[in-house]
Design a protein around this ligand. Structure first.
Ligand SMILES: [Fe+2]
Ligand SMILES: [Fe+2]
Length: 279
């Protein structure tokens, strides 16, 4: 099975984040805000790497449906990182000098992967990221975690729904071009470790560089309370993530629900431009 199970719509968005935005973008939750910023700083390096990988894979694919899916996948990822760059630039990050070297290191990693690693590695990395985002996206919807009351909340909701729309593509491209469960598992896990390490380093740097923010949010006791809540949420999400590691896992088994369709339609309506879904 190759074609996506629902259409992949490429939406051009025009979010406005303002200027000099407080890095505690999720009110009352500094650590999670920093995690979200870590993810948003990662994407302008990761998503171009995914696009480069897909471009390299395309000549190896004969199935016209999968080629079209690949094209739509890359077009969506291309829009994602542009909006994330806008968000990143809106943030007041002047008090966090440790972020720039972390970004430099990440950028060098992805350039090195593209230049020196085999296509199979890069495709397994891509699917490792996509399997994780699909699990996280489904969980966020299930728990009613998407708060669309702010521009950053809308950015995340739009990104979430498009990750769900194209959830089968990296999996199918890997399968079509090279395939192999154990290799995908091993380097998919490496990908997840590599990304989460960056996000964790960003979070820790931001916590350390602005201790007054944590003090404002209940000090060590407040931090402990929030860490407990995050761990509980992580445990609830774990089964969905663990399922992606099974040999039987395929994103084709994940239904695109009416709720997802509703969210997708709302963002199509909000887009300044959208490539109509293929019929
Ligand atoms: Fe994306
Ligand atoms: Fe994606």
């Amino acid at each position: 099975m190759t074609a996506a199970m629902q259409d992949i719509t490429v939406r051009r968005m025009a979010f406005e984040f303002g200027e000099d935005v407080d890095p505690v973008v999720l009110p009352g939750r500094p650590e999670e805000s920093y995690g979200l910023i870590g993810l948003s700083l990662l994407l302008p390096y990761l998503e171009p790497y995914l696009i480069r990988t897909m471009k390299e894979a395309k000549p190896h694919i004969e199935d016209p449906d999968l080629r079209a899916d690949l094209q739509a996948f890359s077009a969506q990822e291309g829009q994602h990182y542009k909006e994330h760059i806008k968000f990143n630039e809106s943030l007041r990050l002047s008090g966090f000098p440790g972020l720039a070297p972390l970004e430099k290191e990440l950028e060098a990693d992805y350039l090195r992967f593209s230049e020196t690693k085999p296509l199979r590695f890069n495709l397994a990395y891509a699917e490792g990221f996509e399997a994780l985002t699909t699990a996280v996206a489904r969980h966020a919807l299930l728990e009613g975690d998407l708060d669309e009351s702010s521009p950053v909340g809308q950015l995340m909701a739009w990104h979430t729904i498009e990750e769900l729309e194209h959830r089968t593509v990296a999996f199918d491209v890997y399968d079509d071009v090279c395939g192999g469960y154990l290799y995908r598992l091993a380097f998919g896990l490496f990908a997840q470790w590599h990304m989460l390490r960056f996000i964790r380093r960003v979070t820790l740097h931001m916590i350390e560089a602005a201790p007054e923010v944590i003090e404002l949010h209940g000090g060590a006791e407040g931090a402990r309370r929030r860490a407990k809540a995050r761990a509980a949420r992580g445990r609830r999400m774990l089964p969905a993530l663990l399922r992606t590691y099974l040999p039987s896992y395929t994103p084709h088994d994940i239904p695109f629900t009416d709720e997802m369709r509703g969210l997708a339609e709302r963002y199509t309506a909000q887009a300044v431009g959208a490539t109509p879904p293929r019929g």
